[in-house]
Every structure is written in structure tokens, then in C-alpha cells.
Design a protein around this ligand. Structure first.
Ligand code: PGA
Length: 248
């Protein structure tokens, strides 16, 4: 059975004190024996949130990392730094990072490898723009992102990766993909994973949907055969996140 995961992506929201308060508020509401819950939070919030969720099943995630261990990369944070403070997962290649911070499939690939080297679970994001969907090249785009992002991994390594399919037009817009659209692309992701790593490995990789997931649409999305959970932005900052987590 594939792992079911509901991950909150807090993005650039919450100061350390606010983050600790939000984690405190959500903590008692996150119990779920069917799905793993992850809080992906800004770097400076990691330590205070780790303190709050200590001893619970909630896993701690970062929103990015650098692909080198250390060195002259002013302003960056490395995998060993994250590992040492108890981070377990890391979002890699979110469309906002690709769009605003010039991340490419090549840097995504380096980051995925570095995360794996340090035993961090990469949540590798992929997704098409509205123009790409309208041009009918959604599946091609996603296949390229998966192939390049996971280039050089063994099947054993690939099984440690979590994929998040997030159509860019659905992120923060309130315009969720239909369950059929989301399922179609997540199935295509599993298809390309099967080509690359074999169908047994592909069956073990969790694929999340992200983009305007909320308490009203989560249950339907999570029921689809190739959707193994969600990467949730806006709604993960509210008590509504409880209902999303409990959609499993
Ligand atoms: P959203 O963001 O849920 O606010 O649409 C999702 C994401 O970007 O991970």
C-alpha cells in the first residue's frame, strides 16, 4: 500500500512566533492513522515548529534546499543543516521557485539527489501552465519534468521520492482541477515513473495533487486511484486543514 500524505505548504507566511502558534493550534487536530501529515514551513520557522510537534506523528518539512553541502552560496540552506534540526521532508521545484527564482529541471534534479543523500524525503513538484494546458501539451510537459527531475536515480531511490502534481493555473486561484483532470495527469506521472523505474517501483511512489485543495474538494480528489494525498497551500494555514487531513 502506498503511503497517503497530506502536506501543508505554508509558503512565505508566519513569523516564528506565529508559526509556533499555528502548529500549536493544529497539533491536536492532525491525528489520522490513514495519512501522514507534514508541515512544510519557512526556514526560520523550522526550529520553533519542530519544538511544538515533537512527540507527534506530524512530520517536519522545509520548502527548499541548496544542492551543495556547504560553501560560498550566500543566503542558502543545505541538506545537512536541515537534517540536523530534524527536518524529514523537503519541497523541491515548486512552480513558484521555478518562476520567481529561476529553478530548472536541472537544479531540481541536483536538489532531489542531495535530499536523498541526506535521507530527506523530496516532494518534487511538477505542473503545467494554463497556456500549456490550452495547447494540449500538459502530459508532455509533465513527462519531461519527471524525466529530468529524476534523472540518474535508481529504482530504490525513486521509491523514496514523493511527486506533487500541481497545475500552475490551480495554485492559489481557487480554480481546482477537476478530479478527472487531476487523476489523468497523476496516472500519466505513474506511467512515466513505470517506464523509468519499473512498474513495481511506480506503484510504490506517492503522488500528491496540489492547487486550491480545500475542505470541500479534498475527499473527492483523495479518492482517485492515482492520487495519494495533497500538497495544500492556503488552506493549510487555517483550521480548515483539519477537515482536509480527515478527508482520509
Ligand atoms: P494552494 O497552493 O493550495 O494555495 O493553491 C498549493 C501549493 O502551491 O502548494
Amino acid at each position: 500500500m502506498r503511503k497517503k500524505i497530506v502536506a501543508g505548504n505554508w509558503k512565505m507566511n508566519k513569523t516564528p512566533a506565529e508559526a509556533a502558534a499555528l502548529a500549536q493550534l493544529l497539533k491536536p487536530k492532525m491525528e489520522n492513522d490513514k495519512a501522514e501529515v507534514v508541515f512544510c514551513v519557512p526556514y526560520v520557522d523550522l526550529i520553533p515548529v519542530a519544538e511544538v510537534i515533537k512527540g507527534t506523528n506530524i512530520r517536519l518539512g522545509a520548502e527548499n534546499l541548496h544542492f551543495e553541502d556547504k560553501g560560498a552560496y550566500t543566503g542558502e540552506i543545505s541538506a545537512p543543516m536541515l537534517k540536523e534540526i530534524g527536518v524529514e521532508c523537503v519541497v523541491i521545484g515548486h512552480s513558484e521557485r521555478r518562476e520567481y527564482f529561476a529553478e530548472t529541471d536541472e537544479t531540481v534534479n541536483k536538489k532531489v539527489k542531495k535530499a536523498l543523500e541526506y535521507g530527506l524525503t523530496p516532494i518534487m513538484c511538477c505542473g503545467e501552465s494554463l497556456a500549456e494546458r490550452e495547447d494540449g501539451i500538459t502530459i508532455e510537459k509533465i513527462r519531461i519534468q519527471i524525466k529530468k527531475g529524476m534523472k540518474g536515480l535508481t529504482a530504490e531511490q525513486a521509491k523514496q521520492v514523493v511527486i506533487a502534481y500541481e497545475p500552475i493555473w490551480a495554485i492559489g486561484t481557487g480554480k481546482v482541477a477537476t478530479t478527472e483532470q487531476a487523476q489523468e495527469v497523476c496516472a500519466a506521472v505513474r506511467g512515466v515513473l513505470g517506464e523509468l523505474f519499473g512498474s513495481d517501483a511506480a506503484q510504490e511512489i506517492s503522488i500528491l495533487y496540489g492547487g486550491s485543495v480545500n475542505a470541500g474538494n479534498a475527499a473527492q480528489l483523495f479518492k482517485m486511484p492515482d492520487i495519494d494525498g495533497g500538497l495544500v497551500g492556503g488552506a493549510s494555514l487555517k483550521e480548515e486543514f483539519e477537515a482536509i487531513v480527515k478527508s482520509y
